[in-house]
Design a protein around this ligand. Structure first.
Ligand code: NAD
Ligand code: MG
Length: 478
């Protein structure tokens, strides 16, 4: 198949001003860490060091929690909802004003294509703040009682796959409900959270309402275990989620966990084929497959298997992989050397267990962390690549004959975050949605997000919902 060559169309990075080093954002100001060692964040596409970032130790975390407590008691908790809303609207507008800069910064630090950070992440980040700003003076209608009250100080720990979007999902509802926060971004992607700290300053947000502490697992652990915290919200791996659930058990802290997934994307023989192929590609290759709700298990009805596979491979051959800042890029860099090693290991296990591996021919850059879009066929339900989250651009394909078999296979997983159904029949969509044990079921689309819509999982995918009215409940006492 012939491929068009595109001239490079790089987005300029001149719009971002990355400092050589960053402190912690505590009580409205950047401050030096007192008991941690600084670490570096790199661009995963080039391994270039972008900045040095402070590690918050327990004493720093303690300062941040105390600042959040004071702000909660003296300023933010007692403030009228309509006044909190003004700050949230201001933050939302500043995000929009600075969205090009934030998109470039996100793509540099994370490795995701600028097309995605610009067209998906940033619009959703702003939308989340706008949406929850609208709730701040209407909390009595949130379904949490006639006079819902905030919880206090929220400890929030987020992953590296959607750094600024996960921040928005955590901070916007917490603040709207009257809580103050201490947030820890992931160690490989701290830069947009630090830019957000500047936005809080620009918005004149009262000091201590938002605090950002950078660091790795040790910092996260000190934060969620801190006695002064009333609520813990975590997004990340199931293993860490479990450890956090244990440490929180027996305390008064409220907990929400958004963990992994292994979503079934189910294609029936009557599915609109072109749309379906795009949906499969979007389901697993969006954001290099670093998506908790990725459609990583493709279930195809046997009668259309050959056609779907042939078309999928042809489409995969036209995906462009490379410089995340190039506007033509479809697939960017893997976020870290550790994640790349994990993807390689599980893919090797897929081959060893007898599945057939295929990737289109593509040249991988020599610097940075890269993995080609990959599809495994001949996968059975017992294979590890059908059961474990790979969190990379790797699709496992299984087949089915009847709707009942599709449901059984789709639900045969320890997770339950999302699922996709592709069919022309409305009645089948509704029946499937009622059978699938997944928090979100997409029909004839995939990976669609909206701040008004609750998101979250069953089983090992975690508990609690983010987004929509449900997302407020996690931050309200009732
Ligand atoms: P992780 O769970 O280790 O990290 C997520 C966040 O938790 C980071 O900010 C990290 O610093 C922090 N953290 C780590 N240990 C902690 C602890 N003991 N207490 C408190 N916070 C802690 O995830 P990872 O190592 O970056 O990725 C491993 C796997 O997790 C991935 O391969 C993927 O399968 C899964 N994952 C899922 C999501 C998701 O959105 N559900 C996101 C990232 C990773
Ligand atoms: Mg980085």
């Amino acid at each position: 198949m012939s491929r068009f060559e595109y001239a490079p169309a790089p987005e300029s990075r001149a719009i971002v001003d990355i400092k050589s080093s960053y402190g912690l954002f505590i009580n409205g100001a950047f401050t030096e860490a007192t008991d941690g060692k600084p670490f570096k964040t790199v661009s995963p596409a080039s391994e270039e060091v972008l900045a040095e970032v402070s590690e918050a130790g327990p004493a720093d975390v303690d300062r941040a929690v105390k600042a959040a407590r004071k702000a909660y008691e003296k300023v933010w908790g007692p403030m009228a909802g309509r006044d909190r809303a003004k700050y949230l609207y201001r933050i939302a507008r500043l995000i929009q004003e600075r969205s090009r800069e934030l998109a470039v910064l996100e793509s540099l630090d994370n490795g995701k294509p600028i097309r995605e950070s610009r067209d998906v992440d940033l619009p959703l980040v702003a939308a989340h703040f706008f949406y929850y700003a609208g709730w701040a003076d209407k909390l009595e209608y949130a379904g949490a009682g006639a006079d819902p009250q905030p919880l206090g100080v929220a400890a929030q720990v987020i992953p590296w796959n959607f750094p600024l979007m996960m921040l928005a999902w955590k901070i916007a509802p917490a603040l709207a409900a009257g809580n103050t926060v201490v947030l820890k971004p992931a160690e490989t992607t701290p830069l947009t959270a630090l830019a957000f700290a500047e936005i809080c300053q620009q918005a004149d947000l009262p000091p201590g309402v938002v605090n950002i502490v950078t660091g790795a697992g040790r910092t996260g652990q000190a934060l969620v275990e801190h006695e002064g915290v009333d609520k813990v919200a975590f997004t990340g791996s199931t293993a860490v989620g479990r450890a956090i659930a244990k440490s929180v058990a027996g305390t008064d802290k409220k907990l929400t966990l958004e963990l992994g997934g292994k979503a079934a994307n189910i294609v029936f023989e009557d599915a609109p084929i072109d749309q379906t192929i795009e949906g499969i590609v979007n389901g697993i290759f969006f954001n290099q497959g670093h998506v908790c709700c990725a459609g990583s298990r493709l279930l195809v009805q046997e009668s259309v298997y050959d056609e779907v596979l042939a078309r999928l491979k042809r489409r995969m051959s036209s995906l462009r992989m490379g410089d995340p800042l190039d506007k033509n890029t479809d697939i960017g860099a893997i976020n870290s050397a550790e994640q790349l090693a994990r993807i390689r290991e599980l893919s090797q296990i897929g081959e060893d267990e007898g599945s057939e591996r295929w990737s289109p021919e593509c040249e991988l850059p020599t610097q940075g962390f890269w993995f080609p879009p990959t599809v495994f066929t001949g996968v059975s339900q017992a294979h590890r690549i059908a059961r474990e989250e790979i969190f990379g651009p790797v699709l496992s394909v299984l087949t089915f004959r009847t709707p009942a078999e599709a449901v059984e296979k789709a639900n045969n997983t320890p997770f339950g975050l999302s699922a996709g159904v592709w069919t022309e029949k409305g009645s089948r969509i509704l029946w499937m949605a009622s059978q699938l044990r997944a928090g979100v079921v997409w029909a004839n689309t995939f990976n669609r997000f909206d701040p008004t819509s609750p998101f979250g999982g069953y089983k090992e995918s975690g508990y609690g919902r983010e987004g929509g009215r449900h997302g407020l409940e996690a931050y309200l006492a009732h």
